[in-house]
Design a protein around this ligand. Structure first.
Ligand code: SF4
Length: 382
């Protein structure tokens, strides 16, 4: 009787904590994260590898495929992005794919070992209508193939997130990119708080959160740690954190930035591992300039996923057969789908067009480089 009563008390206490947001999650400070980042590299990696082994299978790495379902023509001014309509980068605009095309791509990805398909559309935010209905059907179709379905479609309301959840969405990606301070140097067409609002909208629906950023955009180490601080202090922490290295693309305001040394990537992965022990860390853009040894070091430090496919949206990516060879060499096994969370059910539900009138911000502060490259883009197109 006493045991039952204790269990009931423990259950009620845990519900109380969740309700009042009083979980036992550590609250990190910038000083702590920065100190970790700067610790001697081998100590840092050893500590990260230990945390990784306590919380994950170190010999499993998830293969995910990122599919651009609507390419280019984006109205935003992200300084790193070749899909921004205002820059001249040679990216061809492509309309939204058909459901059939997505199914074919998903089946191929699955055959080659991917357990997750992430569908990306170059939109500022999701708009209710025919195209969103089509994306909802794509989510249903891929979920039926028993793959984890992730979408990255820009900012979205809670009702839109719920529609995707009901369709069987497993994860929603919405990167915060960098620290709040440096964000203002990269993008002027939307605010950092909009990113956090979208993440919150996703969180409310039970869909898992994927949010990370890019290093090597000219930010300081404090900015990198500031980004990790924001993510690590979300409650709960994101289930997935992609760490991208900038791939500088001709025609974007960041075209002249040199690639970061591999050691920065390893430090970033290891620090992420320690501050977010349960999160899946994803090696994303920038792998083409990383050696196998460098990637192996990242896996050791806690990375547990790669993106496969010839392209990452529009930037180059290693060949899948080379990746499979690397898996063989390192004795890695691709992670099965739904290893961490159960497969969502697809529910039939009726939706009216969104009544939520969210006004996403448009800060429009001046970023000199973005303005110069927008002008260049305009001139080239004339
Ligand atoms: S990163 Fe996304 S939102 Fe920014 S310009 Fe590229 S496609 Fe648009």
């Amino acid at each position: 009787m006493e045991i039952v009563q204790n269990k009931i008390n423990a259950y009620l206490a845990s519900k109380f904590k969740v309700y009042f947001n009083m979980t036992d999650q550590k609250v990190w400070t910038l000083e702590e994260v920065t100190k970790l980042y700067h610790s001697p590299l081998l100590d840092l990696v050893y500590r990260a590898a230990t945390v990784h082994r306590q919380n994950h299978n170190p010999n499993e790495v998830q293969i995910s495929t990122l599919l651009s379902i609507k390419t280019g023509g984006c109205p935003e001014d992200c300084g790193y992005c070749p899909q921004a309509a205002r820059y001249h980068t040679g990216v061809e605009n492509e309309d939204l794919m058909s459901i059939k095309q997505v199914e074919i791509a998903a089946k191929r990805a699955k055959l080659l070992g991917s357990s997750r398909l992430c569908m990306g559309a170059a939109w500022r935010n999701v708009k209710d209508g025919k195209e969103f209905d089509q994306v909802v059907d794509m989510v249903k179709a891929v979920n039926q193939l028993d793959m984890e379905v992730c979408c990255t479609l820009g900012m979205l309301t809670e009702q839109q997130a719920q529609r995707l959840a009901d369709a069987g969405l497993y994860a929603y990606n919405h990167n915060i990119d960098t620290s709040e301070e440096y964000y203002k140097e990269v993008i002027s067409t939307r605010g950092y708080e909009d990113r956090l609002k979208t993440i919150d909208n996703v969180r409310k629906t039970g869909v898992t959160v994927c949010s990370g950023g890019i290093i090597g955009m000219g930010e300081s180490i404090e900015d990198r740690c500031g980004m990790l601080l924001t993510l690590a202090n979300l409650s709960p922490q994101p289930e997935s954190v992609p760490i991208n290295a900038l791939v500088s693309v001709e025609g974007t305001p960041m075209e002249d930035i040199e690639p970061i040394p591999i050691w920065d990537m390893i430090r970033m992965v290891a620090t992420t591992r320690i501050v977010m022990p349960h999160t899946t860390i994803r090696l994303s853009a920038g792998r083409t300039s990383m050696s196998r040894e460098g990637q192996a070091f990242c896996f050791m430090a806690g990375a547990a996923s790669i993106f496969a496919g010839d392209k990452l949206l529009t930037t180059p990516n290693p060949d899948i057969y080379e990746d499979l060879e690397m898996f063989d060499l390192l004795g890695l096994k691709p992670t099965d789908p739904f290893a961490k969370h159960p497969q969502p059910e697809t529910k039939e539900s009726e939706y009216e067009s969104s009544k939520e009138k969210i006004k996403w911000s448009r800060p429009q502060h001046k970023i000199e480089k973005n303005i110069v490259y927008s002008k260049k883009g305009k001139e080239t197109k004339i």
